[in-house]
Design a protein around this ligand. Structure first.
Ligand code: UD1
Length: 419
């Protein structure tokens, strides 16, 4: 078993380079299934979710060549099956993007039920509603989702909830459909824009990504023959920014898009941190105990739910009492039990948590219950008195490239130990 051992108490200092976005990468990889050709993707984060996606694509007949640890060339001319089996798909959530892509490319797809972080109910009704609006029939049985259509025809779809996954999946399914598809009440996250940019680079005709209304004019074929670079990871950037604030550090994050971080920047300033914004890099520092703040998670451009646990660590040591309202997921406060083991005073009630700030956390053995909870516990370990041990690293490795090396370079005393 692997664990991270962190001896806390060192303010973070120095530079860190942000990797490509996990949530863009795990949508761009299945989007290659739409291409009858070869393309190259770089700035891919070297994380386990990406490696598993490559396994799924290879299983389906794609040929993948790793040019470096962050770049692949992928040939999707000879897709040999429209089935992605459960033993691969259950490992993470984004495996469901195979549905939209293969439905569009081949008119048939069967995908084993997706897995992913246990954050509460994760229905896919909006994905199905979108596929059906384009003329597909969708069945869920025996742990598989099957979608088929003789022909997909563009249509207008109003999303009942703002959903990242449904927006991307329906966009994928519409790329090769006949006519125009309009997605209304679409999600606006930077990774949605990135997937649309990738597809347009490969020959698609998608307009309006990043706004509430996305229009997809169906094209006959995507031929690839281009190189695409994945957008920097806004959640990884936010994780390091909040680690700097919590540790009273002074760091510069490089390879970021500061505009994508506006909601996080605003909260950092509210709690007493400082920011210098250079557009594609940012300096973040904090020289006093953070002050209290209230947070409500919202779809982009609101405060991201995927940064809520990391912000929770900052608020656990803030001067005063803070409230977080989690509006996206039902059970995203499981990490607070672990922080309470470290002395935090957090009480939860459904989708609300109250953080009574204490001066310092103390070390404890703790368990990552999901990906971002794991990142939050690393920050907690970095600021705690004593030696913290973090278990369940497989969650963290799903989404952060070289996380302990990056923190070590910033001065953290952190190592991975195999027991
Ligand atoms: C994506 C991110 C995840 C992030 C989340 C919200 C990826 C791989 N994962 O997850 O890290 O926490 O966005 O920013 O990109 N919903 C429905 N019906 C649907 C789909 C969603 O009711 O068909 C609801 C969900 O239960 C949730 C809300 O919509 O309450 C948002 O979910 P969604 O944006 O779809 O999240 P994911 O795409 O799964």
């Amino acid at each position: 078993m692997e664990k991270l051992v962190i001896t806390g108490g060192t303010p973070l200092k120095g530079d860190v380079v942000i990797s490509g976005a996990k949530n863009a990468a795990v949508a761009i990889l299945p989007a290659t299934l739409l291409i009858d050709g070869i393309c190259t993707i770089n700035n891919l984060p070297n994380i386990s979710d990406v490696k598993i996606y490559c396994e799924i694509l290879e299983y389906m007949g794609a040929k993948i060549k790793w040019n470096s640890k962050n770049e692949i060339t992928i040939d999707t001319r000879n897709i040999s099956t429209t089935i992605a089996p459960y033993d691969l798909t259950h490992k993470f959530r984004a495996s469901y993007y195979v549905l939209g892509a293969m439905l569009s490319r081949k008119g048939h797809v069967q995908v084993g039920m997706p897995g992913g972080c246990k954050l509460g109910a994760r229905p896919i009704d909006q994905h199905i509603k979108g596929f059906e609006a384009l003329g597909a029939t969708v069945e869920v049985e025996n742990g598989n989702i099957t979608a088929k259509a003789d022909k997909l025809i563009g249509n207008s779809i109003y999303m009942d909830v703002v959903s990242v996954g449904a927006t991307i999946n329906v966009m994928l399914s519409a790329v090769l459909a006949e006519g125009t598809t309009v997605i209304d009440n679409a999600a606006k996250e930077p990774h949605i824009v990135d997937v649309a940019n990738f597809l347009n680079t490969m020959g698609a005709d998608i307009r309006g990504a990043g706004t509430d209304i996305i229009k997809i004019n169906g094209v006959k074929k995507l031929s690839g023959n281009a190189t695409y670079s994945v957008v920097p990871d806004q959640i990884e950037a936010g994780t390091f920014m909040l680690a700097a604030v919590a540790s009273k550090g002074d760091i510069t994050i490089k390879n970021c898009i500061s505009k994508h971080l506006d909601s996080i920047t605003a909260k950092i300033i509210e709690v007493g941190g400082h920011i210098e914004d250079y557009g594609d890099s940012m300096r973040i520092w904090c020289d006093s105990r953070p002050s209290k703040a209230n947070i409500k998670t919202l779809p982009y451009p609101g405060f991201p739910t995927d940064i809520q646990p990391q912000m929770g660590v900052v608020l656990s040591i803030a001067d005063g009492t803070s409230i977080i309202n989690e509006s996206i997921w039902e059970s995203r406060f499981q990490y607070t039990d672990e922080l309470n083991k470290m002395g935090a005073k957090i009480t939860t009630n459904g989708k609300t948590a109250i953080f009574e700030g204490i001066e310092t956390l103390s070390s404890a053995p703790v368990y990552a219950c999901d990906l971002r909870a794991g990142a939050a516990l690393i920050i907690a370990g970095i600021i705690a008195n004593g030696k913290t041990e973090i278990y369940n690293l497989e969650h963290i490795d799903r989404g952060y490239e070289n996380i302990e090396e990056k923190f070590r370079k910033l001065g953290a005393n952190i190592e991975r130990v195999i027991e």
